[in-house]
Structure formats: structure tokens, C-alpha cells
Design a protein around this ligand. Structure first.
Ligand code: ADP
Ligand code: MG
Length: 319
């Protein structure tokens, strides 16, 4: 006998709430952000075949669905509070639901946040999470604050998720261990929430890398009305990616996407404090270039020579 809608919600998604004023079960959830705080809200939808492959394990899907949302809060420097889950499922597949809920709640617990509501319907597999976080009023990191002279940074390493995708597509080959590592980057990204919070008051702008480093940085540049110079060889990458052909490394690091690292800017005067914030957050950050006056993006190599920019950014309606 298959599980009904309300049994499914009760069995897999209802957990006691600790911080929200009211969780699942009524018409609305109720949240109480702290005094002087603004609510930061963001939604991200995951569609099978578009954002994930049918080969992904359910627990990793649960993890990633929440991770990509937490990454948006991280990019704003917001501390996560709660989330909602709108789920369309072809059928009440308990293997999928059990694994999905396990991965989802493991990440939720790691960040001390709770599921406070949602919607469940039959349909093609589609997962939409909305996260809510809080940030001191006026203290959110925005895309619009980069200034000429700022240093440009990226957290962690970028490009592994794209390398995994290229392996799935048959365009690259890795041994089993290397493949497991890049597949983990693609399927279990770690949202840089602690780093985002630690960068409040230091970073002048920030964004998370979901569509590719250059494309996402482009949003900062346009919103801030500035240009940037990136040292492409300085962009941090894993040892697995660093062993690949140079052209593939550039494609993956600069245009890869699905990295969920933070790209941010900060004045050189606070460079030491940026590194201290990164240490406190347990996430390395690397300076990869500089913000300049004007418009556009200039890519240079180790010797300072211009690198042709042939990379696009991911756009759902163009690819
Ligand atoms: P309504 O019809 O008022 O929208 P529903 O019957 O859809 O309410 O949902 C009942 C309760 O279960 C609500 O509190 C809703 O927020 C919650 N809920 C529904 N689906 C989910 C889900 N996938 N995850 C978490 N909570 C859910
Ligand atoms: Mg409903």
C-alpha cells in the first residue's frame, strides 16, 4: 500500500522544532528573527535531468538541495534559521524519501536549522527549498559593493564539479579514487556559511559560484559598476584537477559551475583580517586578482599576458 500525502509528510519531514515559534502542521510556520536583524530569504529549485542526474544517491540529493540554498545565505553573510521544502514526486518512493530525508536533515542539523513547512504533490521529480536566515540590519554582503582597488578572492577550490560532469559525459577519464573525489564535490557541496558570516564587515561584495566563476563574478562587476583582472593560474584547484590538461583546467575553474564557493572582494587594508576570518571559518581563501575602474573582465596568466576569454557562463535558456 502506498503512503498518502499526509503520512508521507509525517513520516519523513516532520521533526520537532526548537527555534521556530511554529513548525509543520498549521497553515503557516512562524519565525521570530532576533531584534535588529533582517530576514534573508532565498529559493532554489532542483529539477531532474537539469540540476542532477538520475544516478545521484537520494541522500546526496537531499544534501545538495539544501546545500545550494544555504550557499545563497552564505553569500549574503546570513546565519541560517529555517527552511521550507516544496516537493513534487512521481510516486511515494520510500527508498528515495528515506535517503533524501537522511541527507537533508544531516546537513540541516550540521547548520542548526529546521524544516518548518512546505508542500507535497505528485509530479515529475522537482525539489524547491526556500531558506530563511538572519543578518544584522544593513550588514548583508551584497553584489553591489565592490570598489576599484579591492582584492578579489575565492574560497576553497573550484572546478571539480565540472570535471565530474565531464567524466559523466565521457569527455574526461579518471581513476576510481579521483572520480569519487570530484563526484563528491559535485554531489555534496559544502556551503560556506561560516565564512560568509565571518566576512561581514570585511568583504565589500560577495556571490556564491553556482554558474561558473567568471559568470558569477560578472554579476558583481555589473552591479558594482567596476572591472576586474583575474590571474587565471592563481585560481585554486584540487590536485585531481591540476593533473588534467591545461585547457580543461581553465574551462573547469573559470566556467565550471556548481562549485558553491564564495567569490568576494575586500580592500587590501583588511587582507590580514580576511585571512583570519577564513581560518576562523575553517575555509581557505585565495586572492585571485583585483577590482579595477571601468568595465569588463581581463584574464592574465602567470607572466601577466592576456588570456583569451572564450568561456561562457551557464544559462538555462541558452544551453
Ligand atoms: P495547505 O493545504 O494549508 O497548504 P498542506 O496540506 O499542503 O497545507 O500541508 C500541511 C502541512 O504540512 C503544512 O504545515 C505544510 O507546511 C507542511 N508540509 C507539506 N509538505 C511538506 C514538506 N514536503 N516538507 C515539510 N512540510 C510540509
Ligand atoms: Mg499546501
Amino acid at each position: 500500500m502506498s503512503l498518502g500525502e499526509f503520512d508521507l509528510i509525517a513520516k519523513y519531514f516532520t521533526r520537532p522544532v526548537r527555534r521556530a515559534a511554529l513548525g509543520i502542521g498549521d497553515d503557516c510556520a512562524l519565525l521570530a528573527p532576533g531584534p535588529g536583524m533582517q530576514l534573508a530569504v532565498s529559493s532554489d529549485m532542483l529539477v531532474e535531468g537539469r540540476h542532477f542526474l538520475s544516478t545521484v544517491a537520494p541522500d546526496r540529493l537531499g544534501h545538495k538541495a539544501l546545500a545550494v540554498n544555504l550557499s545563497d545565505l552564505a553569500a549574503c553573510g546570513a546565519r541560517p534559521l529555517a527552511f521550507t521544502l516544496a516537493l513534487a514526486l512521481p510516486r511515494a518512493d520510500e527508498v528515495l524519501l528515506e535517503g533524501f530525508a537522511r541527507g537533508l536533515f544531516a546537513l540541516a542539523e550540521a547548520h542548526g536549522i529546521e524544516l518548518v513547512g512546505g508542500d507535497t504533490t505528485q509530479g515529475p521529480l522537482n525539489i524547491c527549498i526556500t531558506v530563511m536566515g538572519e543578518v544584522p540590519a544593513g550588514g548583508a554582503l551584497l553584489r553591489s559593493g565592490a570598489r576599484a582597488g579591492d582584492d578579489l578572492y575565492v574560497s576553497g577550490t573550484v572546478g571539480d564539479a565540472r570535471l565530474a560532469l565531464e567524466v559523466f559525459r565521457g569527455n574526461a577519464a579518471l581513476d576510481a579514487r579521483a572520480f569519487a573525489a570530484v563526484r563528491e564535490a559535485m554531489e555534496r557541496p559544502q556551503p560556506r556559511v561560516a565564512l560568509g558570516v565571518a566576512l561581514r564587515g570585511l568583504a565589500t561584495s560577495a556571490i556564491d559560484v553556482s554558474d561558473g566563476l567568471l559568470g558569477d563574478l560578472g554579476h558583481i562587476l555589473r552591479r558594482s559598476g567596476v572591472a576586474a583582472r583575474i590571474e587565471v593560474d592563481a585560481v585554486p584547484r584540487s590536485a585531481v584537477l591540476a593533473a588534467q590538461p591545461a585547457a580543461l583546467q581553465r574551462e573547469c575553474t573559470l566556467a565550471g559551475g556548481d562549485d558553491y564557493e564564495l567569490v568576494f572582494t575586500a580592500p587590501p587594508a583588511v587582507a590580514d583580517r580576511v585571512q583570519a576570518a577564513a581560518r576562523e571559518a575553517g575555509t581557505a581563501v585565495t586572492r585571485i586578482g583585483r577590482i579595477e575602474a571601468g568595465q569588463g573582465l581581463r584574464l592574465v596568466d602567470r607572466e601577466g599576458c592576456d588570456v583569451a576569454q572564450t568561456f561562457g557562463s551557464f544559462d538555462h535558456f541558452r544551453s
